[in-house]
Structures are given as C-alpha cells and as structure tokens.
Design a protein around this ligand. Sequence first.
Ligand code: GAR
Length: 200
Amino acid sequence: MKKIAVFASGSGSNFQAIIDAVRKGELEAAISLLVCDKPGAYCIERARTANIPTFVFNPKNYHSKADYEQEILRLLENEKVDFVILAGYMRLIGPTLLKEYQGRIVNIHPSLLPEFPGKDAIGQALAAKAKWSGVTIHYVDEGMDTGPIIAQERIRLEENETRESLQQKIHAIEHKLYPAILQVLLTKGEVISGKKACTY
Ligand code: GAR
C-alpha cells in the first residue's frame, strides 16, 4: 500500500475527505503525515482527531524555502512516503522537494487550469464573469499551477453566483474527485482523464 503525506494550509476539508475515504476503504493508502505551514490551522485539529502525525512549521522561522523543505524531505524519507498530496497548501514547492518527488506530487486547484492559476481562483472566476469554472487535479512542477493535468471537472456558473455558492460547488466536487483519482493513481499508477492516460 502506498504511503502518502498531505500538505495543507487551511481548514483541510479535502484532507478530511481523504481521511474519510481511507477509513471507508475507498482509498487504499496510508496517511503517514500532515505537513502544515500555518500554526493554528484547522487541518491540524483534523490530523489530531485522526491520529495522524503532523509537522507544523512557520516559514518565517527559517532562512529559506530550501531550509524548511530539507526538514520536510527528511521526514518524508524517514517515513518512506511515496506520494505528496497537496490539499490547499498555499506555497510553491521548491527544488529541494521537486528533485526527489517530481512526478509524485499532486495538487488540486479550484479552477479549470490553465485558467485562473494562483491565489483566489474563485474570486478570479467571479471577477472575470466566467461562464464555466471547475476543479483541476494535476502533477506539480516548478511553476504556479502549471504541471501536467490528470483530471478536470467543470461547473457552470449561474448569473447570481456568489463566492459562497461557488465555493460550495467546488468543494462538493473536490471531496469526491480527489479521493477517487488518488485511488486510481496510487493503486494502478495511471489515470484516464478524458482521452488522455497519464502514467508515472
Ligand atoms: C481547495 O478548494 C483547493 O482547491 C484550494 O484551496 C482549497 C482548500 O480547501 N487550493 C488552491 O487554491 C491551490 N492553489 P480545504 O482547506 O477546505 O481543503
């Protein structure tokens, strides 16, 4: 069974969906670690409740990204983590982690990439009066939400769409799609998305 580490910065509702899917046997993986860059974030509480070890750090206490990523890398290697799963981790992954884990780091983003990358994808979609947005699951590279796409699901925006209503629709999709795609990726090593098959 593959071992995963989840990286999160916020509430961690996607982290919770992964925990629940593992518990139900729908996602055959072992969650070895939560990595969180925001002391006090609610995802830490979720890890505690689920008895998942955590590494919580404040980037301000390190000289550089390389310094804290080196510490994270040591933990990942100690635990023999196979895959890194980003779930609302609001930081770019640097060369230290990419060197060892490229092709084994997956992210979920609340838009149809390449549209609306970066922060506040929901706000960007609303400001652009987009007719469609959605969710993208992709491999992570050195860019901002630029890695190869694994899966996407579309959402039609209503005329009176609000931040709250769109957020709710996005989360509803994310909480189903992420565990389902991870199950295929971690157990079969490939994901069929539309006409494309991505392998690692
Ligand atoms: C999710 O919607 C995720 O797609 C987004 O942050 C949210 C975290 O929610 N990620 C990004 O914007 C990454 N660029 P959660 O903490 O409730 O899982």
